[in-house]
Design a protein around this ligand. Structure first.
Ligand SMILES: [Ca+2]
Ligand SMILES: [Ca+2]
Length: 266
């Protein structure tokens, strides 16, 4: 009955538009009709307020997105203020190129002079003594074992760096040499770690790794905790399985160092 009364009141208030328009709120039903009409008005007002509120919220969200995008755009177009590192790097590359050309000329003169000697002289090489010239690069395979950080420093002290493996051919060549030279110690440090950010593997020249040779069989890299709470943040080349493993950086392994060859024009 309540529902029928409400419906009747609503009809009376909205449907009858004859002569005097909507039926007056004061109907023969008396105060009850007035009360229901007011209730209906309140409902409509609430609906309007709700719509207005939703519109306001939507407008705020759109404005927020616009402001964030504007901020990003303005940040993106900010000029780079400090070009000093780039300029310094360019200067160092120029110096290195000049030194290499100078070395190449000295080698040429030395070889010419050596031809007049009665005894054989040491030949000029593109790589230092005890380093191998492979695939257009110089590599040093150590006999001693160090942790990863000291291996990195050792390579740097010789003018090189822990090796960076960018190609399959390079990887194939090095694992083959490492397997032949390594004997029972066939693991070698390479210049790859996720020391800075767990799971983000970077080479020692700060480039991100693109071609990987992780051991899929062992689900590497697995950052296993057995070696300590720090997990495994340094990569070693297993020259027998021809794959990489992540291991604790304080383990001791042999290392492969790498450097640019010197171009010799003889
Ligand atoms: Ca790790
Ligand atoms: Ca591992």
């Amino acid at each position: 009955m309540e529902n029928i009364e409400n419906y009747t009141s609503l009809q009376e208030f909205t449907d009858d538009t004859s002569h005097s328009g909507n039926r007056p709120i004061l109907t023969p039903q008396g105060k009850q009709g007035v009360h229901k009409g007011a209730k209906c008005l309140r409902g409509q007002a609430s609906l309007v307020l709700l719509v207005a509120l939703l519109t306001s919220v939507c407008a705020n969200i759109v404005l927020g997105i616009f402001l964030v995008n504007s901020r990003r755009s303005s940040v993106a177009v900010l000029p780079v203020k400090n070009d000093e590192p780039k300029a310094e790097a360019a200067s160092l590359i120029l110096k290195l190129t000049a030194m290499q050309e100078r070395f190449s000329r000295l080698c040429s003169e030395y070889t010419t002079l050596g031809n007049t000697c009665s005894k054989p002289v040491i030949k000029c090489r593109p790589c230092p003594e005890d380093w191998l010239h492979l695939e257009g690069r110089c590599y040093f395979f150590s006999e001693d074992k160090l942790d990863w950080q000291h291996s990195k420093e050792s390579c740097a002290s010789m003018g090189g760096h822990l090796t960076i493996l960018h190609s399959h051919q390079q990887h194939h060549t090095l694992e083959s040499v490492a397997r032949n030279r390594g004997g029972f110690d066939y693991h070698y440090w390479i210049g790859l770690s996720d020391i800075e950010t767990e799971g983000v593997w970077k080479w020692v020249d700060n480039t991100v790794v693109n071609t990987t040779f992780w051991s899929e069989w062992d689900k590497e890299p697995n950052n296993h905790q057995s070696g300590g709470i720090h997990g495994e943040d340094c990569a070693v080349l297993d020259s027998h399985s021809k794959t990489w493993f992540d291991v604790p950086c304080d383990f001791s392994y042999k290392r492969i160092c790498e450097m640019d060859p010197i171009t010799i024009n003889i």
